[in-house]
Design a protein around this ligand. Structure first.
Ligand SMILES: *Cc1c(COP(=O)(O)O)cnc(C)c1O
Length: 394
């Protein structure tokens, strides 16, 4: 029988019947170590009893009512997000793209309200903000954009980690009113921004009255060992977007606002049908509470250090390995050549990972990963990388 699915995803030939912690069981009867967590989504791992109980209990009461009514679960979760971030307002949606779409609309409206009705947003080379038409225009990936022109105007891409490039773009285009960036690029190949750069961007945005909008869709919710990766630089954005790890598997996105971004959205300016329904908000609150009560931020930092150091030492001196980098449980191994086939080789070795930016092996394991499980990732991944390099000339 031919597939009835749109031929959009290059899928690996495996499906899963159930999971537990960092482990997934394939319908082929094999057990896989999940070092990708559904691309950074399953922050509590699979079948965490607290999350399962929260979702079950909420589903038995009410799943969805729409934003025509008050949703107390939204308020409880927002109070928590505001306390963790230092921002003051939350808008819920259902994905990372949609969270960023909200941030982009907010920047436009912020300009409009201040007499700049063609607001321009500076974004970064090799950034990733989503696949909707506007977020694609913001995304620094020519490959992802190809074939979808015309894209909305008003986005200026500059070199990442280069404060001079942002200053220059702001001089060349006086309608700039926001900077959108990831503090640790995910799809872009696990590329961290320098702390000094982030502080300088914050300062520049303050001087110019621009919004600093930080996309924490992949790096947020404890993944790097802080609630949000920008907290390593001790800065606070005006707008922050979240999604992936926030719901532990249920689809929820959030656009947080504070500072000069507060109060910009007024009734009728934006909206969504699904966003922030009782089920996803209750699940997300449980994810945050569980990360806290089980000490999983500290765990991500500690086990992440061990995983990174272990990979670096096992791969030291291996010809073809450029760098092991990242923070907490958001790690990448960059090779000197394209390495797409590694995902399948790892699968055969019982390990789930993926490849991003053609030559970076990406690890985003659940934050419940233990030290022995981290060692098991190393034991499974290192031989695969070595085998691949031996078989594949540059
Ligand atoms: C995945 C990702 C997005 C897009 O999220 P979707 O849920 O796929 O729409 C946006 N920004 C970053 C940094 C991401 O990693």
């Amino acid at each position: 029988m031919s597939s009835a699915l749109s031929n959009i995803f290059a899928r690996l030939p495996v499906s899963f019947s159930h999971g537990q912690g960092v482990w997934l069981w394939g319908t082929d009867g094999r057990r896989y170590l999940d070092a990708l967590a559904g691309i950074g989504v399953n922050s509590l791992g699979h079948a965490h009893p607290k999350l399962v109980a929260a979702i079950t209990e909420q589903a038995q009461r009410v799943i969805h009512v729409s934003n025509l009514y008050e949703v107390p679960q939204q308020e409880v979760l927002a109070q928590k997000l505001v306390a963790l971030s230092g921002l003051t307002e939350v808008f819920y949606s259902s994905s990372g793209s949609e969270a960023n779409e909200g941030a982009i609309k907010l920047a436009r409206l912020y300009g409009y309200r201040n007499g700049n009705n063609h607001a321009h947003i500076i974004t970064m080379d090799s950034s990733w903000h989503g696949r909707t038409i506007a977020t694609l225009a913001a995304t620094g990936s020519p490959k992802a954009r190809e074939g979808f022109e015309p894209l909305p105007s008003g986005f200026i891409q500059v070199a990442y980690n280069d404060i001079g490039a942002i200053e220059k773009a702001g001089k060349d285009e006086p309608r700039v009113n926001a900077v959108l960036l990831e503090t640790l690029q995910g799809e872009g190949g696990i590329r961290p921004a320098d702390i000094d750069y982030l502080k300088a961007v914050r300062k520049l945005c303050d001087e110019r009255g621009w919004l600093l909008m930080i996309d924490e869709v992949q790096s947020g919710i404890g993944r790097t060992g802080k609630w949000f990766a920008h907290q390593w630089a001790d800065i606070r954005p005006d707008v922050m977007t979240l999604a992936k790890g926030l719901g532990g598997g249920v689809p929820i996105g959030a656009t947080l606002m504070g500072g000069r971004a507060a109060g910009v959205f007024k009734p009728g300016n934006h909206g969504t049908t699904f966003g922030g329904n009782p089920l996803v908000c209750h699940a997300a609150l449980t994810v945050l509470e569980t990360l806290e009560s089980e000490g999983l931020l500290a765990n991500a930092e500690k086990v992440g250090e061990r995983l990174k150091a272990g990979l670096a030492s096992a791969l030291a001196g291996v010809q073809g390995v450029n760098e092991v980098r990242g923070r907490g449980l958001m790690l990448g191994v960059e090779l000197d050549r394209n390495c797409g086939p590694i995902a399948r080789m790892a699968l055969e070795a019982g390990l789930l990972i993926n490849i991003t930016r053609d030559r970076v092996v990406r690890l985003l394991p659940p934050l419940v990963l233990s030290e022995s499980e981290a060692d098991e990732i190393i034991a499974r991944l290192v031989p695969v990388i070595k085998q691949f390099l031996a078989d594949s000339p540059t």
